[in-house]
Ligand binder design. Structure first.
Ligand code: CUA
Length: 338
């Protein structure tokens, strides 16, 4: 091979690789990781992308060079010379990909096993998915439930999933992993958050009409702030003062996202206005107490005119501890009675 050809091949390869690398680096393909697991996955991603860019540069160089160097003259209708395969080349293009794919396989296996390895002092959280809401419960804090996923920074967290109805999928882009929730199974997911902040929790499996609204937030806090939150919420929801406990249950479970209730500073418009519970109970012909309890435990029993059936999470009332349900009923009957 002539010196000039090698120089042209190298030149084209460097330009093609440079363009591919620029496209890979200039666009924000992935969110900044907020967990150790996501950082490892990002490493693996870039490892594979780097290999791809090198291969792309080699192929682009060979093709572009051939197109120019071996172009037939305009009036040349002759066939090319008969050729036979190049054994050395065939061995090379078998061995090199084998080595690369094996390297990707081994490094991926290491990343997966590191990501699954629980750390010390694991925080366990039960995640319930249902059309169309997420509920997070903390078994070590008397089953405290929350509609927002509160997490301490730098602590190993194991999420355990339950689906009440259909297949949903838990996804926080910054945590870099997805987990399907399948009815009848209880898959787990390990996360070690390592960046403070608020991140979206998204359902990424088409699960029904309200799929697009099945979102909440994950908040990564300092361990001290997390312990303080856990203590204050456990105290509030377990408070003998039903008003205080009920308000905590109302706030923790995200009721304010859909309902209006002046006493809680809530102004959601998706569901019925809870300041008018007294009027609704009269329309339904029930006592206020019974009406409120039934509406939480089996939301489809009576649906206020103008609101669609099946939007209120169907199993919310049966999935929170009874003492919290009682507190919520008391809270709503005393504050939403007009
Ligand atoms: Cu749940 Cu989509």
């Amino acid at each position: 091979m002539r010196r000039g050809s090698i120089a042209s091949l190298l030149g084209i390869g460097v330009v093609a690789g440079g363009i591919a690398a620029a496209v890979a680096l200039a666009l924000p393909w992935l969110p900044t990781p907020a967990s150790r697991e996501a950082s490892r996955i990002d490493f693996e991603f870039w490892f594979v992308v780097t290999i791809c860019i090198v291969i792309f540069a080699l192929v682009a160089a060979a093709i572009l060079y051939s197109v120019v160097a071996f172009r037939a003259a305009p009036d040349d209708d002759s066939d090319g010379p008969p050729i036979h395969g190049h054994t050395g080349l065939e061995i090379a293009w078998t061995i090199v990909p084998t080595l690369l794919v094996t390297a990707i396989g081994i490094s991926s296996a290491i990343v997966l096993s590191n990501d699954d390895a629980l750390g010390k002092n694991v925080l366990r959280i039960d995640v319930t998915a249902q059309q169309f809401a997420w509920t997070f419960s903390y078994p070590d804090a008397n089953g405290l439930t929350s509609a927002t996923l509160m997490l301490p920074k730098d602590r190993s967290v194991q999420l355990r999933f339950t689906s009440k109805d259909v297949i949903h999928s838990f996804w926080v882009p910054e945590f870099g992993q997805k987990q399907d929730t399948v009815p009848g199974l209880h898959p787990t997911l390990h996360i070690t958050p390592d960046r403070l902040g608020t991140y979206p929790v998204i359902c990424t499996e088409l699960c029904g009409l309200g799929h697009a609204t099945m979102r909440t937030r994950a908040i990564v806090m300092t361990p001290a702030a997390f312990d303080k939150w856990l203590r204050s919420q456990t105290k509030a929801t377990g408070s003998p003062n039903a008003g205080q406990a009920g308000k905590a249950v109302f706030t923790n479970n995200g009721c304010a996202a859909c309902h209006t209730l002046a006493a809680a500073g809530a102004s959601g418009k998706v569901g019925p206005d809870l300041d008018k519970l007294g009027t609704y109970a009269k329309q339904a012909g029930q006592s206020l107490q019974d009406f409120v309890r039934t509406s939480i435990v089996s939301p489809n029993a009576y649906v206020e005119k103008g609101y669609p059936k099946g939007v209120m999470p169907q199993t919310f009332g049966t999935s929170i501890p009874k003492q919290q349900l009682d507190a919520l009923v008391t809270y709503l009957t005393t504050n939403g009675s007009t």
